[in-house]
Write a protein that binds this ligand. Sequence first.
Ligand SMILES: Cc1cc2nc3c(=O)[nH]c(=O)nc-3n(C[C@H](O)[C@H](O)[C@H](O)COP(=O)(O)O)c2cc1C
Length: 202
Amino acid sequence: MQSSNNNEIRILALVGSFRSGSFNQALIQEARELASEHIRIDDFDLRTVPLYDGDLEAAGDPEEVAALKRAIARADALLIATPEYNGSVPAVLKNAIDWASRRTPDSHLRGKPVAVMGASPSPGGTRRAQVHLREILDRTGADVIDEPSLYLARAFEHVTDGRLTSEDAREAVREIFGWLVDTVAINSAEAVNSAEAVGVAG
Ligand SMILES: Cc1cc2nc3c(=O)[nH]c(=O)nc-3n(C[C@H](O)[C@H](O)[C@H](O)COP(=O)(O)O)c2cc1C
């Protein structure tokens, strides 16, 4: 675990929509309500991140990019809620991942547990966007999960005033959140075990 407080799990939430009343923000809002004394959800406003530009990067990461990388490094896991735009991932999410994937000196996405979910008014429920997003994350070396998953179709039937109202959708978010927390706990226990093994061997 990356957290300074050993008892705390930190999950960084990223959302590919800034719209007020966003269905995808509603998914993250549900996850926020599952946070507890020991599980913290951090947000990062992707609007602040400039478009990827190799010249900007060569001159040193802009502060907003450095802040994004720090937020990813601090997090034990990422939880991403993505809309689907023209059958794929919104540019804001792809842009953030492109910056974060750069090895300066190392990408903090490598090995990071990531869960993906998404909501749309269409019957597909962001399935195509999530397929692309998982492929992109896979390329970065992130540890992205396939299941449990949430493709929230006809989202207008499940969201009212920016809140998830259907029990099925809420349960799906709970399952994904639970998986993420369990994965972080298992990784943490494995890290402790291997550190102890090295200690014994040394
Ligand atoms: C440029 C653009 C392209 C879109 N393409 C798709 C699409 O391919 N599939 C889909 O299900 N919805 C598509 N939509 C509709 C979005 O799913 C809808 O706007 C959704 O509410 C966005 O997520 P949000 O509620 O979190 O803002 C598109 C919307 C925009 C603005």
